[in-house]
Write a protein that binds this ligand. Structure first.
Ligand code: SF4
Ligand code: SF4
Length: 383
């Protein structure tokens, strides 16, 4: 295997191919704290891309209730159990990635879900941790100890994709212009090695066409400078589609780089798996750090503290306010005079969003008599 540098692990790691970074890397930032699981994103994706024969079960975008929701069933638990110890020494990962822990003859630690595992996209929906009391519907544990949250999931368009590495047909490729990972439908022979190898289970098999498919990052929109369908329809305005640089090339004027590298409030999902995934999450502020540490790696506590202080940090607040403010991709932003502005690739202004809505306190008084001259009753007079 070749040695490649994975900045999310803070070290080199083994990967079947030589490292080659695209010209620009598609990314998404999700603020988990704002999701209401309305599934508008899921339906927007489904009605755009997966409405055909054999795609009935497919949700390229899905929202699951953590810790019990999965699509497919147990996807993350399955791979975490197979991976072994996942220790971090500070910001450096000391355990093995799925490529390094693979058994002889395998490219990566993998497992193949059964068809039944795909049947229930969010089993355990809205179930918090903790057990409700048997004799009363009031849970017998303090509410403060109960938690759940919504996790928004698409393909991570990984820098080191396991789907690509495992494909015996070289049918999967990563585009140089935007880093989006695609499956060549003509080259694919439906061996499903990508389905087994992707630890996020975002490559899916079409039983009608007999080839595999996956989230395409809405590339026809990206090519036109537009954000993805799931981003633009999001009710909670919690998604940002953008491009991310490596930390050494981070540009703090770019909203994704600012959130990921400068303020470090957005973290990759299961970075220890070793794929350098390019969907980043602002962690939920109410969930036990131990759980979050496993899912988002080191830096969770700091990310939450920084996020909580957003109200006193105009730049951070500004970057967050730009989520869902325009369908166009924001290449750079600034905050001046209490207004966050987003700009396109040429530097032209796309959108301006006030950090705080103006508050108007109306002058008011109650009438002492009604229109017909009778005294008004039931009003409290302004003094
Ligand atoms: S999330 Fe899975 S399907 Fe998507 S690029 Fe990474 S390995 Fe491939
Ligand atoms: S549209 Fe937004 S708020 Fe609704 S489920 Fe999707 S990510 Fe969550």
């Amino acid at each position: 295997m070749a040695k490649v540098f994975n900045w999310q692990l803070g070290r080199d790691m083994d990967y079947p191919y030589e490292g080659s970074r695209p010209e620009r890397q598609f990314c998404m930032v999700m603020d988990t704290n704002k999701c209401i699981a309305c599934q508008t994103c899921t339906i927007a994706c489904k009605s755009t891309w997966t409405w055909g024969p054999g795609q009935e079960y497919m949700l390229w975008n899905n929202i699951e209730t953590k810790p019990y929701g999965f699509y497919p069933t147990g996807w993350d638990v399955q791979v975490l159990e197979r991976l072994g110890p996942q220790d971090w020494q500070g910001d450096t990962y000391a355990g093995k990635t799925i490529f390094e822990a693979a058994e002889t003859g395998e490219v990566a630690v993998n497992w193949q879900p059964d068809q039944a595992d795909w049947n229930h996209p969010n089993l355990g929906e809205d179930e918090p941790t903790g057990v409700a009391g048997e004799e009363t519907y009031i849970p017998d544990i303090p509410h403060a100890d109960m938690w759940m949250y919504y996790l928004q999931r698409i393909c991570n368009h990984c820098t080191y994709p396991a789907c690509l590495a495992a494909c015996p047909r070289q049918a999967i490729y990563k585009r140089d212009e935007d880093g989006i990972v695609l499956i060549d439908q003509d080259r694919c022979r439906g061996y499903q090695e990508c389905v087994a190898a992707c630890p996020y289970k975002k490559s899916m098999f079409n039983i009608e066409t007999r080839v595999s498919e996956k989230c395409i990052g809405c590339y026809p929109k990206i090519e036109q400078g537009l954000q993805t369908q799931c981003t633009t329809v999001c009710i909670g305005r919690l998604r940002l589609t953008d491009f991310v640089n490596t930390p050494d090339k981070a540009d703090a004027r770019n909203p994704a780089d600012f959130l990921i590298h400068t303020r470090k409030v957005a973290l990759p999902i299961y970075p220890q798996l070793g794929l350098e995934p390019n969907v980043y999450y602002i962690p939920p502020i109410h969930v036990p750090p131990k759980y979050l540490h496993q899912m988002f790696g080191p830096g969770v506590e700091e990310a939450i503290e920084t996020y909580k202080n957003a109200k006193d940090d105009d730049e951070l607040l500004g970057a967050l306010m730009l989520f869902g403010s325009t369908e166009k991709i924001i290449y750079s932003f600034d905050v001046r005079g209490g207004v966050a502005r987003g700009y396109d690739r040429k530097g032209d202004e796309l959108v301006a969003v006030p950090l705080r809505e103006p508050e108007l306190v109306r002058d008011f008084s109650y009438p002492t008599t009604l229109a017909d001259g009778t005294p008004a009753t039931g009003y409290r007079h302004n003094t």
